[in-house]
Design a protein around this ligand. Structure first.
Ligand code: PMT
Length: 416
């Protein structure tokens, strides 16, 4: 699927001296694969870690280091590269260059070019913990953030010295997500708050066992990512996931259906679009044993009494009838038979605007898969059957459909 946000964008990828420079090669490759045009500028120190040739080969454009070497008919390279850029990424950003950028110094091609830009900066600092925690570095980082730079990381982990601490460069996927988040500003869902539920709830039997289902959370995570990419403020209320919460998304971890219900209802006054992709247990053990359940000699069976869990989307419908929020509610229906009839019944019972009917018996689709085949059923009777496609693409279709329904914003609901 084309990367709607990065395709055809001109990215100025700046690399400073640090061992994490090797990860910048992966970042460069990912940007190019996403369809971006990438110009690379390196400091002299960066070339000690990775050769400019690596980036020239990956980007298909000559990586630049020297201020004074005329190349490609560009007599003033820093001005031309700055003017062409839609976004600057500095990864890794050393303590030295971070300080220079904060102070507006322009003593090499990289710093001169950045000073000449008028586009957002995504900065991925990478340095030893003590350099990062130094009050001078912190003051410079705060000053850059206050001027609009988006700082990604640094994270905690193993550093070049072998020590463990904060200072590790953010992973290329996080930096890529930050770049997407910048281009998403002003997108069709800008200023809207979207809440997505994801994963399979866990209902405890005892301290070490629980009843759950096969949901990985991939569908919900894809929805959260795409909502973020459309400019929304996104909260992901999730049961344990097989992957991290995406960059820029506010993750709320829960385990049980009741916890998920509370987390969703607490946020309802701020929610404009709610998408329930979680596989929520309809029943839970009536009592969770306080100690591990033991088998006894000769015991052939164990009976567990289950009681109903709250219907989260049902509760939402009741509150929505009074407040008008969320403006749009989308549910999913995972079915093994009578797909459309069962989904239509849930659409009506839960008073949804859209239900995404998911035949989970289809090979390569549904629980745990990377792809999904779904049919969108709308409250007004429309239906849209989609072919098998990646979950991210399904998410685009679902969010486009939700955005097209519009609905009241929080401000409009509060004013009425
Ligand atoms: O997580 P993945 O591995 O990527 O798999 C994705 C998925 C198959 C889980 C997802 O695409 C999906 O279909 N999610 C809904 C799963 C489901 O169990 O649906 P349901 O038919 O039981 O519930 C219907 C709707 O009501 C759902 O939106 C559900 O979140 C919601 N619900 C269900 C029960 C309950 N007590 N409260 C609810 O709000």
């Amino acid at each position: 699927m084309t990367d709607q946000l990065l395709s055809q964008k001109n990215i100025l990828l700046c690399i400073t001296g640090g061992i994490a420079a090797y990860k910048a090669a992966d970042l460069c490759s990912k940007l190019v694969q996403a369809g971006a045009h990438v110009d690379v500028v390196m400091t002299e120190a960066a070339t000690r870690f990775v050769a400019p040739l690596t980036f020239s080969a990956l980007s298909g454009r000559a990586a630049r280091v020297d201020m004074w070497t005329e190349a490609g008919g560009q007599p003033i390279p820093h001005v031309q590269m700055a003017a062409a850029a839609d976004l600057v990424i500095v990864a890794p950003l050393s303590a030295n260059t971070l300080a220079k950028l904060a102070l507006g110094l322009a003593d090499n091609l990289l710093t001169s070019t950045l000073l000449a830009t008028h586009v957002p900066w995504v900065l991925a600092p990478a340095m030893e913990s003590h350099m990062w925690s130094n009050a001078i570095t912190q003051a410079h980082a705060t000053s850059l953030a206050a001027r609009g730079a988006l700082l990604v990381g640094p994270g905690e982990g193993r550093l070049a010295s072998g020590a463990l601490g904060v200072g590790r460069m953010a992973e290329p996927v996080e930096i890529l997500a930050a770049a997407r988040a910048v281009f998403a500003r002003g997108g069709p869902l800008a200023g809207r708050h979207v809440v997505v539920t994801a994963g399979g709830t866990q209902e405890p039997l005892d301290p070490v066992r629980y009843i759950t289902n096969a949901s990985s959370g991939k569908m919900g995570v894809a929805l959260a990512e795409v909502a973020r990419d459309l400019g929304a403020d996104v909260t992901l209320v999730h049961a344990p996931l097989a992957m991290p919460v995406p960059y820029g998304v506010d993750g709320v971890r829960v385990y049980t259906a009741r916890q998920m219900c509370d987390a969703v209802l607490d946020r309802l006054p701020q929610t404009e679009i709610l998408i329930g992709a979680a596989a929520v247990a309809d029943f839970r053990p009536a009592e969770a044993a306080s100690q591990k359940i033991k088998k006894t000699p000769g015991q052939e069976a164990l009976t567990v009494r289950l009681v109903r869990n709250p219907d989260i989307l049902g509760e939402v419908a009741t509150r929505r009838a009074q407040t008008g929020l969320p403006a749009v509610v989308v549910g999913f229906a995972a079915e093994t038979q009578d797909l459309l009839a069962n989904a239509a019944a849930k659409l009506a019972a839960k008073r949804l605007d859209i239900i995404v009917a998911n035949d989970v018996t289809e090979p390569g689709s549904g629980f745990g898969a990377d792809d999904n085949r779904v049919t969108l059923l709308f409250a007004d009777g429309r239906q849209e059957a989609l072919p098998l496609m990646g979950k991210r693409e399904v998410a685009w279709r679902v969010l486009q459909a939700a955005a097209a329904l519009g609905g009241r914003t929080r401000q409009e609901a509060e004013a009425s």
